[in-house]
Design a binder for this molecule. Structure first.
Ligand code: AMP
Ligand code: FES
Ligand code: ZN
Length: 288
């Protein structure tokens, strides 16, 4: 297997070692986790989050899985079965949050909301990641975002010069009052590299895209970067690391100077910049 960005070719066992080393460097380089952390890993049933959970287990981190069941017919049930089988096979404890029970089944939200459901769905997922991590006293919440996800998001944020997003994009978001610490240990690995790992480790994963989405997010930026990376191997990781070292601190200083204050949501008590948080507003729109 050839990896031009690392000027290297690998056999299967050396590849697994390479992958493990990249995860380790990603964790140590950014101070993401220690072996004392109780890590809640958000598992979607996709290859990235499953690969992440497996590699963290192999590296002796203490992890628990979290699946958010969005009640999307033909998709959530499949993903849930897959995540349950994966966790049983690898001895990983699993928590499931059922959005139908919370009155937030995505088909219902979609039918009542007059705007595209994806951003509401993202809000709901992030809210439950945070809430489950805090309630269970986990010291970190990990997601399976890879380098391609991160670079595409960075490009999108940069093209809009979105100071608020640029100030806290990265593999580590420190915890604060009402917010769990968030980490993305796969930030040094591309989608292709994670897919290879999943394949070599025999991870069964979920292909069915969400029936409500326009397809994967940031596809245009991902294609652009693929072309760039072909002509300039290693550019993606360099650009992202450069942002972390020299870009993000500047945006973060500026954002701290003009920062918005957070206060507890009037309904659920989780922090928000308005009187009622985004998820409680969605509930209100859905149930009146
Ligand atoms: P996505 O936004 O679908 O690209 O997912 C990004 C990351 O969020 C995944 O790698 C998972 O860690 C997490 N994730 C997405 N959907 C779910 C879900 N339904 N349950 C738990 N975690 C999820
Ligand atoms: Fe949330 Fe499709 S997974 S809208
Ligand atoms: Zn609320």
């Amino acid at each position: 297997m050839a990896l031009p960005s690392h000027h290297a070719g690998f056999c299967a066992s050396c590849y697994l070692e390479f992958f493990a080393r990249q995860v380790e460097r990603g964790i140590r380089g950014q101070g993401l986790l220690t072996r004392e952390d109780r890590v809640l890993v958000a598992l979607s049933g996709g290859k990235d989050s499953l690969a992440l959970a497996l590699e963290l287990t192999r590296q002796n981190y203490q992890i628990t899985g979290l699946f958010i069941d969005l009640a999307i017919p033909g998709s959530s049930d499949l993903a849930r079965g897959l995540v349950e089988r994966f966790c049983a096979r690898h001895g990983i404890a699993l928590l499931v949050q059922d959005m139908a029970r919370e009155g937030l089944a995505i088909p219902l939200v979609r039918a009542r909301l007059r705007r595209p459901v994806c951003s509401a769905c993202g809000k709901i997922k992030r809210y439950w990641f945070n809430r489950t991590a805090l309630e269970g006293e986990y010291t970190a919440l990990a997601t399976g975002h890879n380098l391609d996800d991160e670079i595409a998001r960075l490009t999108s944020n940069t093209l809009r010069w979105d100071q608020a997003y640029l100030s806290d994009q990265g593999p580590l978001l420190e915890g604060e009052e009402g917010f769990a610490r968030k980490v993305k240990p796969l930030w040094r690995l591309s989608e292709f590299e994670t897919a290879n790992y999943a394949f070599l480790m025999g991870i069964e994963h979920h292909y069915a895209p969400c029936p409500y989405g326009k397809g994967a997010s940031f596809t245009t930026y991902k294609h652009l970067w693929q072309q760039l990376e072909e002509n300039m191997p290693g550019r993606k990781l360099d650009f992202y690391q450069g942002f972390l070292e020299r870009g993000r601190p500047v945006f973060a200083r500026q954002e701290a100077a003009d920062g918005t204050a957070l206060a507890p949501c009037g309904r659920c008590g989780y922090p928000t910049s308005s009187a009622i948080c985004g998820v409680c507003r969605i509930k209100e729109a859905v149930h009146g």
